[in-house]
Write a protein of this length. Sequence first.
Length: 283
Amino acid sequence: MTVREHLTAAAAVLKEAGMDTCRLDAEVLLAHVLRVERQELLLRPHLELAEEAAERFRQAVARRCGHEPVAYIVGEKEFWSLSLLVNRHVLIPRPDTENLVEEALRFISSHGLPPFRILEIGTGSGAVSVALAAAREDIRVTATDISADALEVAMANAARCGVAGRIDFICCSLFDGLSGTFDMIVSNPPYITDDEFAELPEDVRGYEPAAALRGGPDGLGFHREIIAGAVGRLRPGGLLAMEMGAGQRPALEETLRAAAAYDRVQCRRDYAGMDRVILARRI
Ligand code: GLN
């Protein structure tokens, strides 16, 4: 069978299994199996697949039919134009989180005196820290995660993107064992509420690490701890920037106000118009 025939057959199988993006998924999976760019497939639709490649493609499609995210099957995901490694120990980087990177870079451009020191709490795949370090050579990042398995992925991503020398990785919970002060603290903490978690699509709930998604009953358990802990780790005027879910803004604004250590609270919306990043400056 040719590339085109395999793609058509796989798309039908994926559609039958209830996938929305079946043609795209089939193309991404076949390109991965053949180790070519997706465009290459479209340029060579009549290429005959070797049996060994056809078998690996069938296995990849079968995994996707079980709702496994494409990123885990192919082992990588694009974020901030970087190709990052992912596996089931880390949340798959979302385009939403590029808003957090943009806000962080905006602050560095307008307030950065090198060496600019950034702390990322809960780095996961390392996406945010690696994107920041790749964008600016004059920053030093400390990136933490409670999961040693996640940090392994993050370190591999830092090496892959050539920024390992400027990121220190620490396995710890929140601020435990950290010392010194930072110009900026960034985090994309888990913020899915218990009710929302129950409703998440199988692709997310069944495969991505719950510890990277669940933020307790109202989703804000980690944000509250970060707001409290960042008080002692941010320099005066330093920025706290956190990703959040739609609808969580009022509660976060209230928590920041009650901490009595921040001002200039702002919110950044994502491309879908949802409140996505909360920003506050240490007084
Ligand atoms: N935005 C992610 C989702 O909806 C959640 C990310 C997070 O909890 N930090 O799946």
